[in-house]
Design a protein around this ligand. Structure first.
Ligand SMILES: Cc1cc2nc3c(=O)[nH]c(=O)nc-3n(C[C@H](O)[C@H](O)[C@H](O)COP(=O)(O)O)c2cc1C
Ligand SMILES: [Mn+2]
Length: 460
Protein backbone atom coordinates (compact mmCIF):
# COMPACT_ATOMS: atom_id res chain seq x y z
CA UNK A 1 0.00 0.00 0.00
CA UNK A 2 1.65 3.16 -1.18
CA UNK A 3 1.04 6.31 0.76
CA UNK A 4 2.86 8.81 2.92
CA UNK A 5 1.93 7.25 6.26
CA UNK A 6 3.02 3.74 5.25
CA UNK A 7 6.37 5.22 4.24
CA UNK A 8 6.70 7.12 7.52
CA UNK A 9 5.80 3.98 9.50
CA UNK A 10 8.43 2.00 7.64
CA UNK A 11 11.10 4.60 8.49
CA UNK A 12 9.94 4.68 12.12
CA UNK A 13 10.14 0.89 12.44
CA UNK A 14 13.18 0.06 10.35
CA UNK A 15 15.44 3.05 11.06
CA UNK A 16 14.28 4.67 14.29
CA UNK A 17 17.46 6.80 14.30
CA UNK A 18 16.02 8.48 11.19
CA UNK A 19 12.72 9.37 12.80
CA UNK A 20 11.77 11.95 15.40
CA UNK A 21 8.42 12.69 17.00
CA UNK A 22 8.14 16.10 18.64
CA UNK A 23 5.34 16.19 21.15
CA UNK A 24 6.07 19.60 22.68
CA UNK A 25 4.01 22.39 21.14
CA UNK A 26 5.74 24.32 18.35
CA UNK A 27 4.84 27.61 16.74
CA UNK A 28 4.59 27.02 12.97
CA UNK A 29 6.04 30.49 12.54
CA UNK A 30 9.79 29.71 12.17
CA UNK A 31 10.00 27.03 14.89
CA UNK A 32 9.49 23.98 12.62
CA UNK A 33 12.13 25.18 10.16
CA UNK A 34 14.41 26.23 13.02
CA UNK A 35 14.38 22.72 14.51
CA UNK A 36 15.16 21.19 11.11
CA UNK A 37 18.02 23.68 10.66
CA UNK A 38 19.37 22.99 14.17
CA UNK A 39 19.45 19.24 13.56
CA UNK A 40 21.05 19.91 10.18
CA UNK A 41 23.88 21.67 12.05
CA UNK A 42 24.29 18.45 14.04
CA UNK A 43 24.35 16.54 10.73
CA UNK A 44 21.07 14.81 11.54
CA UNK A 45 18.32 14.61 8.91
CA UNK A 46 15.41 12.63 10.38
CA UNK A 47 11.80 12.57 9.23
CA UNK A 48 10.20 14.92 11.78
CA UNK A 49 6.64 14.55 12.98
CA UNK A 50 5.30 17.49 14.97
CA UNK A 51 2.28 16.28 16.89
CA UNK A 52 1.33 19.54 18.49
CA UNK A 53 1.36 22.58 16.24
CA UNK A 54 0.00 25.86 17.51
CA UNK A 55 -3.21 27.06 15.86
CA UNK A 56 -4.17 23.82 14.11
CA UNK A 57 -5.35 20.32 14.87
CA UNK A 58 -3.24 18.82 12.07
CA UNK A 59 0.14 17.28 12.90
CA UNK A 60 2.96 18.29 10.55
CA UNK A 61 5.56 16.06 8.95
CA UNK A 62 8.64 17.55 7.34
CA UNK A 63 12.14 16.55 6.18
CA UNK A 64 10.77 13.34 4.63
CA UNK A 65 13.18 13.58 1.66
CA UNK A 66 16.27 14.76 3.55
CA UNK A 67 18.28 11.54 3.13
CA UNK A 68 19.41 10.08 -0.16
CA UNK A 69 19.19 6.57 1.24
CA UNK A 70 15.61 7.11 2.45
CA UNK A 71 14.53 8.79 -0.75
CA UNK A 72 16.00 6.22 -3.11
CA UNK A 73 14.67 3.35 -0.98
CA UNK A 74 11.21 4.72 -1.79
CA UNK A 75 11.77 3.75 -5.43
CA UNK A 76 13.40 0.44 -4.55
CA UNK A 77 16.93 1.60 -5.18
CA UNK A 78 20.17 2.06 -3.33
CA UNK A 79 21.61 5.60 -3.28
CA UNK A 80 24.27 5.01 -5.96
CA UNK A 81 21.93 3.49 -8.55
CA UNK A 82 19.19 6.11 -8.12
CA UNK A 83 19.31 7.63 -11.61
CA UNK A 84 19.49 4.32 -13.42
CA UNK A 85 16.70 2.91 -11.32
CA UNK A 86 14.56 6.01 -11.83
CA UNK A 87 14.96 5.73 -15.60
CA UNK A 88 14.29 2.00 -15.59
CA UNK A 89 11.06 2.45 -13.66
CA UNK A 90 9.65 5.39 -15.62
CA UNK A 91 10.31 3.52 -18.86
CA UNK A 92 7.26 1.41 -17.89
CA UNK A 93 4.48 3.86 -17.03
CA UNK A 94 1.59 2.43 -14.97
CA UNK A 95 -1.92 3.84 -15.52
CA UNK A 96 -3.79 4.88 -12.37
CA UNK A 97 -6.46 2.49 -11.05
CA UNK A 98 -9.87 3.94 -10.24
CA UNK A 99 -11.43 2.89 -6.94
CA UNK A 100 -14.86 3.86 -5.59
CA UNK A 101 -13.62 5.61 -2.47
CA UNK A 102 -10.57 6.01 -0.28
CA UNK A 103 -9.26 7.52 2.96
CA UNK A 104 -8.84 10.98 1.40
CA UNK A 105 -12.67 11.20 1.32
CA UNK A 106 -13.16 10.65 5.07
CA UNK A 107 -13.83 14.37 5.52
CA UNK A 108 -15.36 16.46 2.72
CA UNK A 109 -15.59 20.23 3.08
CA UNK A 110 -17.17 22.37 0.36
CA UNK A 111 -18.04 26.00 -0.29
CA UNK A 112 -18.39 27.90 2.98
CA UNK A 113 -16.94 25.02 4.97
CA UNK A 114 -13.56 25.63 3.32
CA UNK A 115 -11.19 27.46 5.64
CA UNK A 116 -7.50 27.31 4.80
CA UNK A 117 -6.66 28.99 8.11
CA UNK A 118 -7.36 25.71 9.90
CA UNK A 119 -4.26 24.27 8.19
CA UNK A 120 -0.80 24.69 9.73
CA UNK A 121 0.39 28.21 8.93
CA UNK A 122 4.05 27.44 8.46
CA UNK A 123 6.41 30.37 7.97
CA UNK A 124 9.85 29.11 6.99
CA UNK A 125 12.31 31.99 6.80
CA UNK A 126 12.69 35.44 8.19
CA UNK A 127 11.77 37.64 5.23
CA UNK A 128 8.92 35.42 3.99
CA UNK A 129 5.74 37.34 3.24
CA UNK A 130 3.68 34.83 5.23
CA UNK A 131 2.83 31.17 5.64
CA UNK A 132 3.23 28.86 2.63
CA UNK A 133 2.24 25.39 1.52
CA UNK A 134 5.47 23.97 0.12
CA UNK A 135 4.65 20.29 -0.39
CA UNK A 136 1.62 20.66 -2.67
CA UNK A 137 1.66 18.63 -5.89
CA UNK A 138 -0.64 20.15 -8.50
CA UNK A 139 -2.69 17.81 -10.66
CA UNK A 140 -4.22 19.59 -13.64
CA UNK A 141 -5.82 18.85 -17.00
CA UNK A 142 -4.96 20.75 -20.15
CA UNK A 143 -8.18 22.40 -21.42
CA UNK A 144 -7.02 21.83 -25.00
CA UNK A 145 -5.58 18.31 -25.09
CA UNK A 146 -7.16 16.85 -21.94
CA UNK A 147 -3.76 15.59 -20.83
CA UNK A 148 -2.81 15.54 -17.16
CA UNK A 149 0.20 17.17 -15.53
CA UNK A 150 1.74 17.07 -12.08
CA UNK A 151 4.32 19.41 -10.60
CA UNK A 152 5.20 21.06 -7.30
CA UNK A 153 3.95 24.63 -7.06
CA UNK A 154 4.17 26.62 -3.89
CA UNK A 155 1.12 28.32 -2.46
CA UNK A 156 1.08 31.40 -0.23
CA UNK A 157 -1.94 31.63 2.05
CA UNK A 158 -4.05 34.71 1.31
CA UNK A 159 -7.44 34.20 2.98
CA UNK A 160 -9.83 31.42 3.92
CA UNK A 161 -10.22 30.17 0.35
CA UNK A 162 -7.40 31.76 -1.67
CA UNK A 163 -3.68 31.30 -2.12
CA UNK A 164 -1.25 32.57 -4.68
CA UNK A 165 0.38 30.00 -6.94
CA UNK A 166 3.80 30.22 -8.52
CA UNK A 167 3.92 29.01 -12.13
CA UNK A 168 7.32 29.09 -13.79
CA UNK A 169 6.92 30.59 -17.22
CA UNK A 170 7.06 27.95 -20.01
CA UNK A 171 6.68 25.00 -17.62
CA UNK A 172 3.73 22.69 -18.22
CA UNK A 173 1.25 24.07 -15.70
CA UNK A 174 1.88 27.57 -17.05
CA UNK A 175 1.22 26.21 -20.56
CA UNK A 176 -2.13 24.75 -19.41
CA UNK A 177 -2.97 28.00 -17.65
CA UNK A 178 -2.26 30.16 -20.70
CA UNK A 179 -4.44 27.76 -22.74
CA UNK A 180 -7.27 28.26 -20.23
CA UNK A 181 -6.80 32.04 -20.17
CA UNK A 182 -7.10 32.18 -23.96
CA UNK A 183 -10.46 30.45 -23.57
CA UNK A 184 -11.28 32.93 -20.80
CA UNK A 185 -11.69 30.02 -18.39
CA UNK A 186 -10.26 29.21 -14.99
CA UNK A 187 -7.83 26.29 -14.86
CA UNK A 188 -9.29 23.66 -12.54
CA UNK A 189 -6.81 21.69 -10.52
CA UNK A 190 -6.27 19.58 -7.44
CA UNK A 191 -3.45 20.00 -4.96
CA UNK A 192 -2.21 16.70 -3.55
CA UNK A 193 -0.98 17.07 0.03
CA UNK A 194 0.79 14.24 1.80
CA UNK A 195 2.49 12.11 -0.84
CA UNK A 196 4.63 8.97 -0.85
CA UNK A 197 8.15 10.04 -1.95
CA UNK A 198 7.86 7.88 -5.08
CA UNK A 199 4.90 10.04 -6.14
CA UNK A 200 6.88 13.19 -5.44
CA UNK A 201 9.83 11.95 -7.49
CA UNK A 202 7.43 11.10 -10.33
CA UNK A 203 5.70 14.49 -10.20
CA UNK A 204 9.13 16.05 -10.66
CA UNK A 205 9.99 14.14 -13.81
CA UNK A 206 11.38 16.51 -16.42
CA UNK A 207 10.12 15.48 -19.81
CA UNK A 208 7.73 16.23 -22.62
CA UNK A 209 4.38 17.85 -21.87
CA UNK A 210 2.89 14.67 -23.35
CA UNK A 211 4.33 12.53 -20.54
CA UNK A 212 1.63 12.28 -17.89
CA UNK A 213 3.34 12.17 -14.51
CA UNK A 214 0.55 10.20 -12.78
CA UNK A 215 1.64 7.18 -14.83
CA UNK A 216 5.23 7.69 -13.73
CA UNK A 217 4.25 8.14 -10.08
CA UNK A 218 2.72 4.67 -10.18
CA UNK A 219 5.71 3.26 -12.04
CA UNK A 220 8.14 4.62 -9.46
CA UNK A 221 6.03 3.40 -6.55
CA UNK A 222 5.86 -0.05 -8.14
CA UNK A 223 2.05 -0.09 -8.20
CA UNK A 224 -0.66 1.93 -9.98
CA UNK A 225 -1.87 5.00 -8.13
CA UNK A 226 -5.38 4.47 -6.75
CA UNK A 227 -7.61 7.37 -7.75
CA UNK A 228 -11.12 8.57 -6.87
CA UNK A 229 -13.29 11.21 -8.58
CA UNK A 230 -12.88 14.75 -7.25
CA UNK A 231 -15.91 16.46 -5.67
CA UNK A 232 -16.08 19.63 -7.72
CA UNK A 233 -14.47 18.87 -11.04
CA UNK A 234 -13.84 16.25 -13.66
CA UNK A 235 -10.53 14.95 -12.34
CA UNK A 236 -9.43 11.82 -10.48
CA UNK A 237 -7.32 12.38 -7.40
CA UNK A 238 -5.13 9.98 -5.36
CA UNK A 239 -7.34 8.05 -2.94
CA UNK A 240 -4.52 7.62 -0.43
CA UNK A 241 -3.27 11.21 -0.23
CA UNK A 242 -3.55 12.85 3.19
CA UNK A 243 -5.47 15.80 1.84
CA UNK A 244 -6.68 17.28 -1.45
CA UNK A 245 -7.42 20.94 -2.16
CA UNK A 246 -9.75 21.27 -5.15
CA UNK A 247 -9.92 24.59 -6.89
CA UNK A 248 -9.09 26.77 -9.85
CA UNK A 249 -6.55 29.31 -10.98
CA UNK A 250 -8.59 32.33 -11.94
CA UNK A 251 -8.01 33.86 -15.37
CA UNK A 252 -6.31 37.27 -15.53
CA UNK A 253 -6.14 37.71 -11.73
CA UNK A 254 -2.75 38.49 -10.18
CA UNK A 255 -1.67 39.04 -6.58
CA UNK A 256 1.49 40.11 -4.79
CA UNK A 257 3.50 37.09 -3.73
CA UNK A 258 6.71 36.95 -1.70
CA UNK A 259 9.31 37.75 -0.57
CA UNK A 260 10.12 34.08 -0.11
CA UNK A 261 13.28 32.18 0.85
CA UNK A 262 13.99 30.18 -2.31
CA UNK A 263 15.76 26.92 -3.10
CA UNK A 264 18.64 29.02 -4.42
CA UNK A 265 19.49 30.03 -0.85
CA UNK A 266 18.30 33.61 -1.38
CA UNK A 267 15.21 35.47 -0.32
CA UNK A 268 13.73 37.05 -3.42
CA UNK A 269 11.34 39.98 -3.45
CA UNK A 270 7.65 40.23 -4.14
CA UNK A 271 6.24 39.56 -7.64
CA UNK A 272 2.83 39.39 -9.22
CA UNK A 273 1.61 35.79 -9.36
CA UNK A 274 -1.53 33.89 -10.26
CA UNK A 275 -4.42 33.44 -7.82
CA UNK A 276 -5.75 30.02 -6.74
CA UNK A 277 -9.26 29.69 -5.35
CA UNK A 278 -10.06 26.65 -3.20
CA UNK A 279 -13.56 25.23 -3.70
CA UNK A 280 -13.30 22.04 -1.63
CA UNK A 281 -10.98 20.30 0.81
CA UNK A 282 -11.10 16.57 1.36
CA UNK A 283 -8.89 14.82 3.87
CA UNK A 284 -8.34 11.83 6.11
CA UNK A 285 -9.91 12.08 9.58
CA UNK A 286 -6.45 12.18 11.12
CA UNK A 287 -4.67 13.81 8.19
CA UNK A 288 -0.97 14.60 8.50
CA UNK A 289 -0.04 17.91 6.88
CA UNK A 290 3.16 17.61 4.88
CA UNK A 291 5.70 20.40 4.73
CA UNK A 292 8.91 20.52 2.70
CA UNK A 293 11.66 22.50 4.35
CA UNK A 294 12.39 24.80 1.41
CA UNK A 295 15.97 25.57 0.50
CA UNK A 296 17.25 22.77 2.74
CA UNK A 297 18.22 19.16 2.03
CA UNK A 298 14.59 18.01 2.12
CA UNK A 299 13.91 20.15 -0.94
CA UNK A 300 17.21 19.95 -2.80
CA UNK A 301 17.60 16.16 -2.80
CA UNK A 302 14.04 15.66 -3.96
CA UNK A 303 14.39 17.91 -6.99
CA UNK A 304 17.86 16.88 -8.12
CA UNK A 305 17.31 13.11 -8.49
CA UNK A 306 14.72 13.43 -11.32
CA UNK A 307 16.68 16.27 -12.95
CA UNK A 308 19.90 14.27 -12.98
CA UNK A 309 18.11 11.22 -14.37
CA UNK A 310 16.59 13.26 -17.18
CA UNK A 311 19.86 14.99 -18.11
CA UNK A 312 21.56 11.60 -18.11
CA UNK A 313 18.86 10.26 -20.46
CA UNK A 314 19.14 13.26 -22.82
CA UNK A 315 22.95 13.35 -22.92
CA UNK A 316 22.97 9.60 -23.56
CA UNK A 317 20.81 10.14 -26.65
CA UNK A 318 23.66 12.27 -28.04
CA UNK A 319 26.75 10.77 -26.39
CA UNK A 320 26.15 7.05 -25.76
CA UNK A 321 29.23 6.73 -23.53
CA UNK A 322 28.07 9.26 -20.89
CA UNK A 323 29.11 7.99 -17.46
CA UNK A 324 27.52 10.17 -14.80
CA UNK A 325 25.60 13.38 -14.15
CA UNK A 326 25.50 15.42 -10.97
CA UNK A 327 23.86 18.70 -10.02
CA UNK A 328 26.17 20.16 -7.34
CA UNK A 329 24.55 23.59 -7.04
CA UNK A 330 21.54 25.50 -8.34
CA UNK A 331 21.48 25.78 -12.16
CA UNK A 332 24.77 23.85 -12.46
CA UNK A 333 25.45 20.37 -13.78
CA UNK A 334 28.56 18.22 -14.11
CA UNK A 335 28.62 15.55 -16.82
CA UNK A 336 31.34 12.93 -17.26
CA UNK A 337 31.74 11.16 -20.58
CA UNK A 338 34.10 8.66 -22.07
CA UNK A 339 34.93 10.74 -25.12
CA UNK A 340 35.48 8.53 -28.14
CA UNK A 341 35.58 11.15 -30.85
CA UNK A 342 36.36 14.85 -31.10
CA UNK A 343 33.50 17.23 -30.42
CA UNK A 344 31.56 15.01 -28.03
CA UNK A 345 32.29 17.37 -25.13
CA UNK A 346 30.26 20.04 -26.88
CA UNK A 347 27.55 17.55 -27.90
CA UNK A 348 27.15 16.80 -24.20
CA UNK A 349 26.89 20.53 -23.42
CA UNK A 350 24.17 21.06 -26.03
CA UNK A 351 22.23 18.01 -24.86
CA UNK A 352 22.40 18.99 -21.17
CA UNK A 353 21.32 22.58 -21.84
CA UNK A 354 18.55 21.34 -24.11
CA UNK A 355 17.35 18.84 -21.54
CA UNK A 356 16.48 21.17 -18.69
CA UNK A 357 15.35 24.78 -18.77
CA UNK A 358 16.80 25.46 -15.32
CA UNK A 359 20.35 24.46 -16.23
CA UNK A 360 22.65 27.41 -16.76
CA UNK A 361 26.22 26.10 -16.40
CA UNK A 362 27.34 22.73 -17.74
CA UNK A 363 30.82 21.36 -17.06
CA UNK A 364 31.81 18.29 -19.06
CA UNK A 365 34.78 16.21 -17.92
CA UNK A 366 36.37 12.90 -18.91
CA UNK A 367 35.37 9.65 -17.26
CA UNK A 368 38.55 9.44 -15.17
CA UNK A 369 37.24 12.33 -13.04
CA UNK A 370 34.92 11.58 -10.13
CA UNK A 371 32.19 14.23 -10.47
CA UNK A 372 31.17 13.71 -6.84
CA UNK A 373 34.48 15.37 -5.94
CA UNK A 374 34.31 19.11 -6.71
CA UNK A 375 38.08 19.50 -6.37
CA UNK A 376 38.71 16.93 -9.12
CA UNK A 377 36.22 18.66 -11.41
CA UNK A 378 38.03 21.97 -10.87
CA UNK A 379 41.33 20.16 -11.57
CA UNK A 380 39.90 19.01 -14.89
CA UNK A 381 38.75 22.51 -15.79
CA UNK A 382 42.11 23.93 -14.75
CA UNK A 383 44.22 21.49 -16.76
CA UNK A 384 42.17 20.40 -19.79
CA UNK A 385 40.32 23.55 -20.80
CA UNK A 386 41.20 26.62 -22.86
CA UNK A 387 38.55 29.27 -22.37
CA UNK A 388 38.62 30.71 -25.91
CA UNK A 389 38.23 27.26 -27.44
CA UNK A 390 36.19 25.33 -24.88
CA UNK A 391 33.71 27.77 -23.35
CA UNK A 392 30.40 28.28 -25.13
CA UNK A 393 28.08 31.11 -24.10
CA UNK A 394 24.52 31.55 -25.34
CA UNK A 395 22.78 34.81 -24.42
CA UNK A 396 19.11 35.53 -23.78
CA UNK A 397 17.74 32.06 -23.17
CA UNK A 398 14.70 31.17 -21.06
CA UNK A 399 15.66 29.96 -17.59
CA UNK A 400 14.45 30.13 -14.01
CA UNK A 401 12.76 33.29 -12.77
CA UNK A 402 14.27 32.55 -9.36
CA UNK A 403 17.88 33.20 -10.37
CA UNK A 404 18.98 36.27 -8.40
CA UNK A 405 21.73 37.07 -10.92
CA UNK A 406 19.59 37.63 -14.00
CA UNK A 407 18.66 41.13 -15.10
CA UNK A 408 15.35 40.20 -16.64
CA UNK A 409 13.05 37.70 -14.91
CA UNK A 410 13.65 34.26 -16.32
CA UNK A 411 15.93 35.33 -19.18
CA UNK A 412 19.49 34.25 -18.69
CA UNK A 413 22.85 33.42 -20.28
CA UNK A 414 23.91 29.80 -20.54
CA UNK A 415 27.47 28.53 -20.43
CA UNK A 416 29.08 25.24 -21.29
CA UNK A 417 32.64 24.36 -20.32
CA UNK A 418 34.14 21.50 -22.25
CA UNK A 419 36.86 20.36 -19.85
CA UNK A 420 37.52 17.08 -21.62
CA UNK A 421 41.08 16.44 -22.79
CA UNK A 422 41.64 17.41 -26.43
CA UNK A 423 41.60 15.72 -28.77
CA UNK A 424 41.02 12.72 -26.49
CA UNK A 425 42.16 11.53 -23.09
CA UNK A 426 44.33 8.67 -24.40
CA UNK A 427 46.13 11.09 -26.74
CA UNK A 428 46.56 13.80 -24.07
CA UNK A 429 49.74 14.47 -22.10
CA UNK A 430 50.02 11.49 -19.73
CA UNK A 431 49.45 11.75 -15.98
CA UNK A 432 52.50 11.39 -13.73
CA UNK A 433 52.79 8.22 -11.74
CA UNK A 434 55.29 6.13 -9.86
CA UNK A 435 55.96 2.89 -11.75
CA UNK A 436 53.33 0.33 -10.82
CA UNK A 437 55.78 -2.50 -10.14
CA UNK A 438 57.57 -0.30 -7.60
CA UNK A 439 54.31 0.65 -5.91
CA UNK A 440 53.35 -3.03 -5.75
CA UNK A 441 56.77 -4.11 -4.50
CA UNK A 442 57.19 -1.68 -1.63
CA UNK A 443 55.44 -2.27 1.68
CA UNK A 444 55.30 0.76 3.99
CA UNK A 445 55.67 -1.51 7.00
CA UNK A 446 59.21 -2.43 5.93
CA UNK A 447 60.29 1.22 6.12
CA UNK A 448 58.10 2.99 8.67
CA UNK A 449 57.56 1.98 12.32
CA UNK A 450 54.04 0.69 12.95
CA UNK A 451 53.66 3.10 15.90
CA UNK A 452 54.27 6.07 13.61
CA UNK A 453 51.80 4.79 11.01
CA UNK A 454 49.16 4.39 13.69
CA UNK A 455 49.37 8.09 14.59
CA UNK A 456 46.78 10.34 13.09
CA UNK A 457 48.31 12.71 10.54
CA UNK A 458 47.42 16.38 10.64
CA UNK A 459 46.56 16.38 6.93
CA UNK A 460 47.43 19.44 4.95
C1 LIG B 1 9.51 21.59 -3.08
C2 LIG B 1 9.43 22.09 -4.49
C3 LIG B 1 8.80 23.29 -4.76
C4 LIG B 1 8.67 23.77 -6.06
N1 LIG B 1 7.99 24.92 -6.28
C5 LIG B 1 7.75 25.33 -7.54
C6 LIG B 1 6.96 26.49 -7.79
O1 LIG B 1 6.48 27.14 -6.88
N2 LIG B 1 6.75 26.85 -9.08
C7 LIG B 1 7.28 26.16 -10.12
O2 LIG B 1 7.04 26.53 -11.27
N3 LIG B 1 8.06 25.07 -9.92
C8 LIG B 1 8.30 24.65 -8.65
N4 LIG B 1 9.07 23.53 -8.43
C9 LIG B 1 9.69 22.83 -9.57
C10 LIG B 1 8.70 22.09 -10.43
O3 LIG B 1 7.81 21.34 -9.68
C11 LIG B 1 9.43 21.19 -11.44
O4 LIG B 1 10.19 21.99 -12.29
C12 LIG B 1 8.47 20.32 -12.24
O5 LIG B 1 9.19 19.31 -12.88
C13 LIG B 1 7.71 21.08 -13.28
O6 LIG B 1 6.80 20.22 -13.88
P1 LIG B 1 6.55 20.21 -15.44
O7 LIG B 1 7.83 19.70 -16.05
O8 LIG B 1 5.41 19.23 -15.58
O9 LIG B 1 6.22 21.58 -15.84
C14 LIG B 1 9.23 23.04 -7.12
C15 LIG B 1 9.90 21.85 -6.85
C16 LIG B 1 10.01 21.37 -5.56
C17 LIG B 1 10.72 20.08 -5.30
MN1 LIG C 1 4.92 17.76 -17.03
Amino acid sequence: MTDLRSFIDKVRQETPEDFLTITKEVDPRFEITALVAKLEQEKRFPVMLFENVKGTRFPVVTNVHASRRRLTAAIGSDPRAAQANYLRRIARPLPPREVSTGPVKEVILKGNQVDLRTLPQIVHHEADAGPYITAGITLAKDPLSGRLNCSFNRLMFIDKNHTSIHLTVAKHLWEFYTNAEKLNQPLKLAIILGAHPAWSLGALNIGSIDEEEVYLMGALAGEPMEVVPAETMDLKVPARAEMILEGEILPFERVDEGPFGEFTGYSLGSRKRELFQVNAITHRKDAIFQDITVGHIDHLLLSTIPMEANIFRCVKAMVPSVKAVRIPAPFTVYVSIEKKTEGQGKNAILAALGADMYMKHVIVVDHDIDIFNDQRVQWGVGTRCQADRDVTIISNVGGSDLDPSDLKDGVTAKMGIDATAKPRLDLFTPRHRVPKDVMDRLDLKDYVPASWLAQKGTGR
